[in-house]
Ligand binder design. Structure first.
Ligand code: MG
Ligand code: ZN
Length: 215
């Protein structure tokens, strides 16, 4: 019985996600649903990406957090349109939450919209919000066991960004295993090793994003 209820919720979510997608397509907008554990570097990646896309693409951001506006304030400093959603306890964004803020962004003026999901390696991957692609970040501080422990997010993502690669000399983490296991779950996942702190690898990610969003 409980399972039945859960699947109905997902069905309803799917319908609203399709409405959102139509609105995004109508505005000529490419949408990236950005997911990771708390602290993996979603907002830092967005800051780097927005700077890298300056003069190339008009970017907007929807920030999802349980509470607070810290991340939206960081994005606002870069002078791009940003809306904060507080889920009030929910550990993921759903399509209805995104639908409720569509009129708060100048969609027609934007080329790219990033939706920063709530920090959580589990259920954000289960809920479509109307995105074109999902992208996930894994910090190497989280360890190399995460792909096999949390397979769905790796299976759902078009790209895996392995962040904080600058910390590799200080950690007993097997980055090759992260790559191998992610590829075993999702052979077409595109993998980038980056450091949002030093800027290493960010260019390759941005180049791929521009290509992918234009194809
Ligand atoms: Mg954040
Ligand atoms: Zn959740």
């Amino acid at each position: 019985m409980k399972l039945k209820v859960a699947s109905k919720i997902l069905d309803a979510n799917e319908r609203i996600a399709q409405d959102n997608k139509k609105a995004f397509e109508g505005a000529g907008l490419y949408v990236v649903n950005l997911m990771s554990s708390p602290g993996a570097g979603k907002t830092s990646l967005l800051e780097n990406t927005i700077k890298g896309l300056a003069g190339k693409s008009m970017v907007g951001v929807i920030e999802g957090d349980i509470t607070g506006t810290d991340d939206a304030v960081r994005i606002e400093r870069l002078e791009v349109p940003v809306v904060q959603i507080n889920t009030g306890g929910a550990c993921h964004l759903d399509a209805n939450m995104i639908n409720s803020v569509l009129n708060d962004l100048p969609l027609a003026e934007l080329d790219l919209l990033f939706i920063e999901n709530v920090g959580n390696l589990v259920c954000p991957a289960e809920f479509k919000v109307g995105e074109d692609i999902k992208v996930m970040i894994l910090s190497i501080t989280e360890g190399h066991d995460k792909p096999l422990k949390y397979p769905l997010m790796f299976q759902e993502s078009s790209a895996l960004i392995i962040n904080k690669i600058d910390l590799k000399p200080f950690l007993d983490v097997d980055v090759a295993k992260i790559r191998k296991d992610a590829l075993s779950l999702n052979p077409s996942i595109k993998i980038f090793e980056v450091s949002c702190k030093t800027g290493e690898g960010i260019d390759a990610w941005i180049e791929w994003l521009i290509q992918t969003s234009n194809s």
